[in-house]
Design a protein around this ligand. Structure first.
Ligand SMILES: Cc1cc2nc3c(=O)[nH]c(=O)nc-3n(C[C@H](O)[C@H](O)[C@H](O)COP(=O)(O)OP(=O)(O)OC[C@H]3O[C@@H](n4cnc5c(N)ncnc54)[C@H](O)[C@@H]3O)c2cc1C
Length: 389
């Protein structure tokens, strides 16, 4: 068993860490200021400038196949890179990527959706959740009714990330009520100018998702992604990809936060001694380090399994569950170590505190991950103590 990284992996990790430190972290104060002034995030042009700078260094299309100009670095490298990007709360990601399910586009659709998305000319959103169906996504109800060579969509999607900014949506709708998720849900590529509108939802984080409203939106038959009735499986593929990416991001954030906690504990003096000398503080530091380390290895094993072409779903659920809880515990402890300062907007801790809370909810709540893990064990898909690899 060899836990060491290859020279190439170490080089990529170091390069991304330096890029994050030198190029992205300096924007943090700007992000905090923007949020206070009600303009969340940073300007799209600024992100674009950084993405193009990163492109010169080879960081473009991390998971995008070479034939589309990507670097196609694979799951392990993606996990390592995501951990590094997670060290800052600036909403930055490398350019040149597209939603994984858009590779199911036919040639014509690729020209209109996949390639412009990779090039950064268009923006997408993934619209599955409805007011009546979140965790229970199989229960979506939005009807798509055939009318000549079009499908007519009516209803509402809710909590859609990028729903305000996207110019097209991957919309999951019911084309056969009898069959439901097993053959009766279809994914449609729906341009905003086909008639849907979005409404901002205010949340405790800064990236407000949106409700998407469909009133007799007519979608041409040729805008079906993949096959009629095969949309639910595509939806699960899209969600599946995020399962170990979220905890990878959580590892980066938690490591940075823990370091902040350590640095502060060594300098903050109470009752004549640095608080770092108090056992109560040391235990918070120790527990955080152990939980981060555990998450890191669960994530890397999930990524390793994906890279080997093995079924990584069980491991990914464990990574998502453990990582999301870990990050919330670490940020809470680090806030506690900082006392009143941790609660202020002078420091980024309270911001991370709000962001990390989402990680326990979207792309499968804690409870849904537990449900998946328990089911796999109870049904014998995965056996306790099974030999690894
Ligand atoms: C900021 C944000 C961004 C999002 N982005 C997107 C997006 O881009 N696209 C998209 O389609 N969706 C998106 N979502 C939706 C997200 O995936 C759902 O909110 C999530 O799946 C939970 O669904 P729900 O909110 O309907 O909660 P519910 O499903 O109603 O669950 C409520 C509570 O009950 C628990 N629960 C549910 N079922 C069970 C069970 N069987 N056993 C035990 N406990 C259970 C849940 O864990 C939760 O605690 C986003 C949500 C947020 C908040």
């Amino acid at each position: 068993m060899d836990f060491s990284l290859s020279d190439e992996q170490k080089m990529v990790q170091r390069t991304v860490r330096e890029f994050v430190q030198n190029e992205i972290m300096p924007l943090e104060q700007q992000v905090l200021r923007n949020e206070r002034e009600g303009r969340p995030g940073i300007a799209r042009e600024e992100i674009r400038r950084l993405q193009l700078k990163a492109k010169e260094m080879g960081f473009w299309g991390i998971n995008t196949p070479e034939e589309y100009g990507g670097a196609n670095l694979g799951p392990i490298m993606t996990a390592l890179i995501t951990m590094e990007l997670g060290r800052t709360f600036v909403p930055f990601s490398f350019g040149g990527s597209a939603d994984n399910i858009l590779y199911y586009c036919n040639e014509e659709q690729k020209k209109r959706y996949l390639i412009p998305l990779i090039n950064g000319e268009r923006r997408s959103c993934f619209a599955l959740t409805e007011p009546g169906a979140g965790s229970d996504a199989r229960n979506i109800r939005m009807p798509a009714v055939k009318d000549g060579d079009h499908w007519v969509l009516n209803g509402e999607k809710i909590f859609i990330t990028n729903g305000n900014e996207a110019d097209f949506a991957m919309v999951f709708a019911v084309t056969d009520k009898e069959k439901g998720a097993d053959g009766g849900v279809t994914c449609f590529l729906v341009d905003r100018d086909m008639g849907w509108r979005s409404e901002y939802i205010h949340t405790m984080g800064e990236w407000g998702p949106a409700s998407l409203i469909f009133e007799n939106v007519r979608v041409p038959e040729e805008n079906i992604l993949g096959e009629l009735g095969k949309g639910f499986a595509l939806g699960m593929k899209w969600i599946g990809q995020g399962r170990w990416v979220i905890p990878a991001r959580a590892v980066g954030a938690a490591e940075r936060l823990l370091q902040m906690g350590i640095d502060y504990a060594k300098t903050r003096v109470t009752f004549g001694k640095p608080i770092a000398e108090r056992q109560a503080i040391q235990w918070m530091i120790a527990d955080s380090a152990v939980e981060i380390e555990a998450t890191k290895w669960i994530v890397l094993r999930a990524a390793w399994m994906a890279e080997k072409g093995l079924d990584a779903r069980h491991q990914s659920s464990m990574a998502k569950l453990h990582g999301a809880i870990m990050a919330n515990q670490v940020v809470d402890r680090v806030l506690q170590i900082h006392g009143g300062m941790g609660y202020t907007k002078e420091l980024p801790i309270e911001r991370w505190y709000r962001e990390a809370r989402l990680w326990r909810i979207f792309e499968g709540t804690d409870e849904i991950q537990r449900r998946t893990i328990a089911r796999n064990l109870l049904k014998g898909h995965v056996k306790v103590g099974e030999l690894m690899g």
